[in-house]
Write a protein that binds this ligand. Structure first.
Ligand code: GDD
Length: 334
């Protein structure tokens, strides 16, 4: 079972991608039960599947979709009871950090309660189910050390980060108190052409493509100096799966070990299409965050040792993959 709000990682979990092991590909074909949560104010995905589920349109016939609310224990409970999953990947959340400052109550309530509801339903109705929680590098926030590993203390800087810290502890507590096979994946930023347009990498790759094609004249951004450890989502999804194939549940940092600024992403993206970024980028104070996470860099040595996982796509290639994909998509529309 995969729990998701947007279907970004879901598509990578299920699609036949050039992932390393055949075993993984075989496995994901069996992942049929998808618990898909609605974002408030969105039309039902069942009413408009063409638009709403664009990332998984090509594999819809392989999936069973259930709809539920992260805010309703009853809806989650009844689906866990019906599906009795063997593995549960809990990726569903209000995941946009900026928005969590605008609606902190909703972010905190939905993310924390949603995780708690799912864990509780698993405990009652599918106690053998292996559970994956999408924890986040945002938990490190104003990081106490660099690079960050599984023992680095948390200092979240946003309502979103706070909700993930609580989800992390809930996951550990259900493991310790009730014996649930529960793992925290502390994933650093993972990007791809399926990223939502509100996140900075996709905003840049999409806008640079539009500028190249004469469809846009400027790109408005906030803090260019923030640094992130950016990897390719496809590879990170494989790490999620590997966590649930181990003999014992554990928590893992998944990262590249490299850090780069938003400015570097911008420079490479524009440069890739032969454009001078300084002619197009406008700094907009409104896009700065109330409290910024300035610098993140992950140490994935535990994942390497225990899961045999390592990233392969570097930062420069990631930028190219995203810019090329958006340019191609935009060109097809012309
Ligand atoms: N979104 C956005 N838009 N961010 C901008 C912009 C802009 O116009 N300009 C500068 N930034 C900076 C932000 O201030 C932040 O420091 C950095 O770009 C990255 O922002 P996001 O792409 O929104 O991602 P994030 O790092 O806050 O969080 C993402 O990664 C986490 C770790 O995996 C999200 O996917 C989280 O849900 C996830 O937990």
């Amino acid at each position: 079972m995969v729990l998701t709000i947007d279907d970004k990682e879901l598509a990578y979990l299920v699609a036949k991608l050039p992932l390393k092991t055949k075993k993984f590909e075989d496995h994901v074909k069996e992942l049929l039960e998808i618990l898909h949560f609605e974002k408030k104010g969105y039309e039902s995905q069942f009413e408009d599947p063409e638009h709403r589920l664009w990332r998984i349109r090509h594999i819809l016939d392989k999936l069973i979709l259930h709809s539920a609310s992260l805010e309703s224990y009853a809806s989650i409970f009844s689906i866990v009871e019906k599906a009795r999953p063997d593995e549960c990947y809990h990726l569903a959340a209000q995941s946009f950090v900026s928005y969590s400052f605008e609606d902190e109550f909703s972010t905190i309530n939905t993310n924390i309660n949603g995780t708690h509801f799912i864990l509780s339903a698993i405990k009652k109705k599918a106690p053998e189910c292996k559970f994956y929680f999408a924890a986040s590098s945002e938990m490190f926030g104003l990081a106490k050390e660099t690079p960050q590993n599984e023992n680095t203390p948390f200092h979240p800087r946003s309502p979103y980060g706070i909700s993930k810290v609580t989800g992390f502890h809930l996951t550990q507590n259900y493991k310790e108190a009730y014996g649930i096979f529960a793992c925290n994946g502390i994933l650093f930023n993972h990007e791809s052409p399926r990223r939502g347009f509100e996140f900075v990498t996709r905003k840049i790759s999409n806008e640079v493509g539009k500028i190249k094609l004469g469809l846009s004249k400027e790109l408005r951004l906030g803090n260019l100096e923030a640094k992130r450890d950016w990897g390719l989502a496809n590879e990170y999804v494989r790490a999620m799966w590997l966590m649930l194939q181990q003999n014992e549940p554990d928590d893992y940092v998944i990262a590249t070990g490299e850090t780069h600024s938003v400015r570097e992403f911008v420079e490479l993206a524009f440069d890739h299409l032969g454009l001078d970024w300084e002619k197009y980028v406008i700094i907009d104070d409104k896009l700065y965050r109330a409290a910024e996470v300035y610098h993140l860099c992950g140490n994935y040595s535990k994942a390497k040792k225990k899961l045999g996982w390592e990233p392969e796509v570097n930062f420069r290639d990631l930028v190219k993959i995203m810019v090329d994909a958006d340019l191609e998509r935009l060109q097809k529309r012309l």
